[in-house]
Write a protein that binds this ligand. Structure first.
Ligand code: FEO
Length: 176
């Protein structure tokens, strides 16, 4: 079954949305690299990589459904942040925005009765729910830590362990 043209357009936009997300997280990682928080840098780097994988998953789906992939420019990401809390607040907003985008896609898939697309989008909706929860949990704990350096470093250490050991650029090389 050929992909409905409205859906094809939205899936193409979602490739761009996920690549933009990846770029936003890479800028967050780069911001943390300028601070002592190497664990948070690794967290954001891994998140950037995950968002790239999401973009590629949408890319492959458009190809598999015999529709044309049309890539668009990726916007320059925000590079200045005030604190770890500020970064995680932006991360939560970013995830909520993506959840909204995927919800909208799901609604269109439902309108045109495209069950294969709905199936793919359900996977993404579950992924979004998990991502929002993970970010919200860390944000809550960052707020609890406040300006206490020792507590912040404990959280940074935990962030380093997310997605397994070896985040950061060297970790990416190893995993490839
Ligand atoms: Fe792929 Fe977390 O948006």
């Amino acid at each position: 079954m050929t992909l409905n043209s409205k859906l094809a357009k939205l899936f193409n936009e979602q490739i761009n949305n996920e690549m933009s997300s990846s770029y936003i997280y890479l800028a967050m990682a780069a911001w943390f690299e300028q601070t002592p928080y190497s664990g948070f840098a690794s967290w954001m780097f891994n998140q950037s990589r995950e968002e790239s994988m999401h973009a590629l998953k949408f890319y492959q789906y458009v190809v598999d459904r015999d529709a044309a992939v049309v890539l668009q420019p990726i916007a320059k990401p925000k590079a200045d942040y005030k604190s770890p809390i500020d970064v995680f607040e932006h991360s939560l907003k970013q995830e909520q925005k993506v959840t909204q985008q995927i919800n909208e896609l799901f609604e269109v898939a439902e309108q045109v009765k495209d069950h294969a697309s709905k199936n793919l989008l359900l996977w993404f909706l579950n992924e979004q729910m998990e991502e929002e929860k993970t970010v919200r949990d860390m944000l809550d704990r960052l707020k609890l830590a406040g300006n206490d350096s020792a507590s912040l470093l404990v959280l940074d250490g935990e962030a380093a362990k997310r997605n397994g050991a070896g985040g950061g650029a060297s970790g990416a090389n190893g995993a490839a």
